[in-house]
Design a protein around this ligand. Structure first.
Ligand code: ATP
Ligand code: MG
Length: 382
């Protein structure tokens, strides 16, 4: 039997939680990302658990033990229980009885096997008990070792229950799949067939999934499959996937930035379709504008910061299929730190009003053109 061990599992809070449920004669198992990522040797971000206790029983058990309880997703059976400051998302074993493409009418199931069947992919239906024994009823371990993202049951029917699974399919492939053996053909065909169902999803959900897909170390194979299946044009109209693999190659494993990946893909208006925050939209719009402009990288870094200039440098190079200049990183960092040595008081009172502003801007341009070398005195002598 496969066994895992990890800090999140052996730590006191987790073991205390397991014991509390055991004393209440209920089964509690870790499930999902924490088990999957531990098996892959990858970091674990949050701990999901499943139990045969019903939601009100979970509340009673947790409160009885003095744990803080937050009914996070009570209508789908999820309760957050906080033990020694560590949050656990505990969901009652359930099966989906009826769905409308996003919201499932649920029934609580008495056992893990039914619970496993309502989960999306085989690698996400792996459970672990308190001792780390891994329980697998759907072939998830084999698929995980082959790095194969595979729907549990018939891919088409599972997508029709919840269209978000289309994007989750590409997200898990981007992060955990093996691009050399390719994306699961049956899953991909089902995504293509049901792509129009993506219209049922909220923009927030689409945006959240797309950020995660584009943050993968190499999202290019997933995005190519999204394009091929007609999914990309629905979530990112006008995007062109060709330059993305070049960009990822140029990045050489450093600093994956989803906004930069979105920039290289291009297309229209993701500010709206992904519900970007104001600061995300600003970074993206600046990038778009400067990709078209003649502005030097140094000037971009000076005016809008190193991240922005780096994004434009990489995206320009990817579109041209050329390497980035070897010294561009230091150049950008220096420029981002440069401080214009002249201020308005230096020019007053001989100048004021609009003339003052104009002169300041002219001097600043000269200073930028001198690669930030002209000193305050040299500038004022002009
Ligand atoms: P992450 O590392 O992103 O947290 P995760 O696999 O834990 O990955 P979650 O979104 O936290 O993903 O969900 C936890 C588990 O719940 C999943 O592993 C999966 O078993 C199940 N699940 C989540 N969303 C769905 C869905 N839309 N359809 C079916 N099962 C789902
Ligand atoms: Mg999770």
């Amino acid at each position: 039997m496969t066994r895992i061990t990890a800090e999140w599992l052996t730590q006191d809070s987790t073991q205390t939680l397991f014991r509390t449920f055991e004393h209440a004669h209920h089964q509690l198992l870790a499930v999902g990302g924490c088990v999957r990522n531990t098996l892959l040797g990858m970091p674990v971000s949050d701990i999901d658990m499943a139990t045969d206790a019903w939601p009100d029983q979970v509340m009673d058990i947790a409160q009885g033990a003095g744990f803080k309880v937050i009914p996070t997703g009570i209508d789908h059976g999820t309760i957050t229980v906080v033990v020694q400051d560590v949050p656990y998302e505990i969901t009652s074993f359930r099966m989906d009885v009826e769905t409308d493409g996003r919201h499932a009418k649920i029934a609580y199931a008495g056992n893990r096997r039914d619970d496993a069947k309502r989960r999306d992919f085989t690698m996400n239906a792996l459970y672990a008990d308190a001792a780390g024994h891994v329980l697998d009823g759907v072939g998830g371990l084999d698929d995980l070792h082959a790095r194969k993202v595979r729907f549990i049951g018939d891919a088409g029917s599972r997508i029709k229950e919840d269209y978000l699974r289309i994007l989750r399919f590409f997200r898990f492939f981007a992060h955990y799949g093996d691009p050399s053996s390719g994306i699961d053909a049956e899953g991909l065909a089902a995504c293509a067939e049901h792509a129009e169902g993506l219209g049922a999803l909220s923009r927030e959900r689409i945006g959240a999934e797309m950020r995660k897909i584009l943050s993968a170390p190499d999202p290019a194979p997933a995005v190519a499959s999204m394009s091929q299946s007609g999914v990309l044009m629905r979530v990112m109209p006008g995007a062109e996937p060709m330059s993305l693999p070049v960009l990822v190659h140029l990045e050489a494993g450093a600093d994956p930035d989803w906004i930069r990946r979105a920039l290289v893909l291009g297309g229209e208006a993701i500010t709206e379709t992904w519900r970007l925050s104001r600061s995300e939209a600003r970074v993206l719009d600046l990038g778009k504008a400067d990709l078209q402009a003649e502005t030097s990288l140094a000037e971009m870094a000076y005016r809008h910061g190193a991240r922005h200039a780096r994004n434009v440098a990489f995206v320009r190079a990817a579109h041209l299929q050329q390497p980035v200049a070897p010294d561009f990183a230091t150049q950008i960092v220096e420029a981002a730190q440069a401080r214009f040595p002249v201020d308005a008081t230096d020019l007053m009172p001989s100048l004021n009003g609009p003339a003052l502003g104009e002169k300041l801007r002219a001097l600043e341009s000269e200073w930028i053109a001198s690669a930030f070398r002209l000193t305050r005195d040299e500038l004022l002598r002009r």
